[in-house]
Design a protein around this ligand. Sequence first.
Ligand SMILES: [Zn+2]
Ligand SMILES: [Zn+2]
Length: 344
Amino acid sequence: MKAVLFEKFQEAPKVATVVDPTPEEHGVVLKVEATGVCRSDWHGWMGHDSDIDLPHIPGHELAGVVEAVGKDVKNWKVGDRVTVPFICGCGSCSECHTGNQQTCLHQEQPGFTHWGSFAEYVPIHQADLNVVALPEAMDFATAASLGCRFATSFRAVIDQGKVSAGQWVAVHGCGGVGLSAVMIASAAGANVIGVDLDPAKLALAKELGAVAAIDGKGDVVEAIQEITKGGAHVSLDALGHPATMTNSILCLRPRGKHIQVGLMLGDHAAPAVPMPKIVGQEIELLGSHGMQAHRYGAMLDMVESGRLDPARLVGDKISIDAAPGALMNMNKFQSIGATVITSF
Ligand SMILES: [Zn+2]
Ligand SMILES: [Zn+2]
């Protein structure tokens, strides 16, 4: 099959021909119809992720059609249109047994723990646990965009934040994760405030439902405290930076929830946290990372009913031949929509 392969970290990936994958007994092989290019793929290519063995094929935001099925798989057949969360559960650890595959102790991540979806075919483990059927009307590019940024935001807002109608929700950083969160929290009936440095992203946040947009260069905490008359009920750091994390905590009202969605890596791995406010005002600090397959139904129902429109967050559609360039430049261009590989 054709695939984007790199032999060394930080060396230009090539479009190469490699052996087709075969399914494990509990797994499937998918024919990839669309796969998003994500900053996490760039981190992997840079060598920031210790799970990766070389040579490697990146890609974890995927949708496609079942091509081959392992003998122990009960729920899937050749030809099914499907997607998967970027974190796949093992099915046998204590986290999986409580339905929390997103924190599985032996998790698999296509494009990290094994070869990913920048390829014509990709293997998926424990298919009955991890594979999700797509609604008829959903195109593959939109479906691919769900698996990482959109699903992570859905879990952050709905499952971790438990956002309800009328609450004030602040979203710090309006990239892919942040704009998804703006859309989802607005659909849940919250009053959403978007914060970013880029006026174009703030304008899109308002189009997607934000009732206010704040320039991140100003006094963000004061502005949110004023708009909300006392602070947000729930606030997300959708970027992953000490400055946005701090603003997110400080803009909350007493007993508010801060949700850390953006990854904090390298120099930002141990930020200074404003503990006096957390103790004195009983602030909750929550993490959010991915979303388990069995929670996709709730998200897909909101897409089918028209309350969520993830297609609005899809950007450029490119061919696999353009993928190496797109991957290497992922850290340079902050495009608004997600770039998706749709021809192979
Ligand atoms: Zn991703
Ligand atoms: Zn597990």
